[in-house]
Design a binder for this molecule. Structure first.
Ligand SMILES: *[C@@H]1O[C@H](CO)[C@@H](O)[C@H](O)[C@H]1NC(C)=O
Ligand SMILES: *[C@@H]1O[C@H](CO)[C@@H](O)[C@H](O)[C@H]1NC(C)=O
Ligand SMILES: *[C@@H]1O[C@H](CO)[C@@H](O)[C@H](O)[C@H]1NC(C)=O
Ligand SMILES: *[C@@H]1O[C@H](CO)[C@@H](O)[C@H](O)[C@H]1NC(C)=O
Ligand SMILES: *[C@@H]1O[C@H](CO)[C@@H](O)[C@H](O)[C@H]1NC(C)=O
Ligand SMILES: *[C@@H]1O[C@H](CO)[C@@H](O)[C@H](O)[C@H]1NC(C)=O
Length: 302
């Protein structure tokens, strides 16, 4: 047998190639399995991650719901406790001391309530005549709710539920973003209150005081006014579209009407001494003691 060197080299090369191919194929199987395993694992991981994410979100939602419920329950409890405490204080006696206690409780409670409960608290105080200043009552027997946070309370008169206030006493309170829509407000006192963007659309006002109130951007469209007192109020950018002064002129003495939307006809029927007119110019100047509200820069937020 003669095996040439060349042949044997060729054989070896062939063998080598064969081995390589074999090796390649034999390696391919575990490789494929490995790859498959890797891919499946990744997919499994992915789906379990998605599951975990879903679980997490479900848990979060559940927690949020129960948090909301707990918060709601807490507010309800705060409000109920307030009613009990104040009712008890109120039936005991009406001394100055008692009013001070009610005041403290009222301010602390209001800070914890939502707009709807704030509204009910306000109605409670009004109905129990604590913030009701009729001529028979001395000012010292009226509850001072100065600085009470009543922002956002919402009242709207409808056919079913009237919105009517008489002798309402809300001196120096926060009433921004509040609404008194289609209401009837008589002989009430909102002096020095902060009422930024408050809505009074279609409300009928009688003999009510907004003395030195901050009423920036308030909406008085379609409101009617009778014997009002706006002395020193900030009426910057107020909307008086379609408003009416009934019989008498309205006192805008010492007000700032910059940017207010108000017809020339209504302006002619108003007393504008020492006021800044809608176009930014001064109205007639009369004496020194009737000054435009010096508190215009008072902080509106609390
Ligand atoms: C009213 O309450 C205060 C404090 O609770 C008490 O000191 C006072 O004696 C009471 N007055 C009347 C008339 O009951
Ligand atoms: C009033 O509402 C506006 C949004 O309309 C809000 O930015 C602002 O903080 C609110 N102010 C108060 C005092 O609630
Ligand atoms: C409104 O309340 C203030 C503060 O108590 C008082 O000085 C003012 O006379 C009251 N105005 C009216 C019209 O009752
Ligand atoms: C003023 O009020 C009228 C009537 O409600 C309304 O149509 C108008 O858009 C208001 N203007 C502004 C600047 O808000
Ligand atoms: C009136 O209001 C405008 C706009 O807010 C303000 O720039 C101006 O200083 C106010 N004027 C006075 C005298 O308060
Ligand atoms: C500003 O408005 C008043 C009242 O509407 C008007 O009499 C006056 O001429 C106006 N001034 C300017 C500079 O437009």
């Amino acid at each position: 047998m003669r095996i040439s060197v060349g042949n044997s080299v060729q054989m070896a090369k062939k063998l080598n190639r064969l081995t390589l191919v074999k090796l390649f194929f034999s390696a391919l199987i575990p490789l494929t399995i490995g790859l498959f395993t890797v891919i499946t694992t990744i997919q499994q991981q992915k789906s379990s991650t998605a599951q975990r994410e879903q679980d997490k979100q479900d848990a979060l939602l559940l927690r949020q719901q129960s948090d909301l419920q707990a918060e709601n329950l807490h507010k309800e409890k705060v409000y109920a406790t307030y009613l009990d405490d104040v009712s008890e204080l109120f039936t005991m006696n009406n001394s100055k001391d008692t009013l001070m206690k009610i005041r403290a409780k009222t301010l602390a409670t209001l800070r914890q309530l939502d707009m709807d409960r704030k509204k009910h608290l306000l109605l409670f105080l009004y109905d129990s005549e604590l913030i009701y200043h009729s001529p028979e009552k001395t000012i010292s027997s009226v509850l001072r709710v100065d600085e009470a946070d009543l922002n956002g309370v919402y009242f709207r008169g409808t056919v079913d539920a009237s919105c009517s206030f008489m002798y309402l006493y809300l001196h120096y309170v926060y009433l921004s973003n509040a609404s008194f829509i289609n209401c009837f407000i008589d002989r009430s006192n909102f002096s020095f209150s902060i009422m930024y963007k408050t809505v009074f659309t279609k409300t009928r006002f009688l003999r009510t005081s907004f003395r030195f109130a901050l009423l920036g951007k308030a909406d008085f469209s379609l409101a009617t006014f009778f014997e009002m007192d706006f002395i020193g109020a900030s009426l910057v950018e107020c909307n008086f579209t379609g408003a009416r002064w009934v019989k008498k002129n309205t006192d805008f003495i010492g007000t700032n009407l910059t940017g207010a939307i108000i017809s020339n006809e209504l302006l002619k029927k108003s007393k504008l001494y020492n006021s800044i007119l809608p176009n930014g110019t001064w109205g007639p100047i009369l004496g020194r003691n009737l000054v435009v509200n010096g508190n215009a820069e008072r902080n509106v937020s609390i």
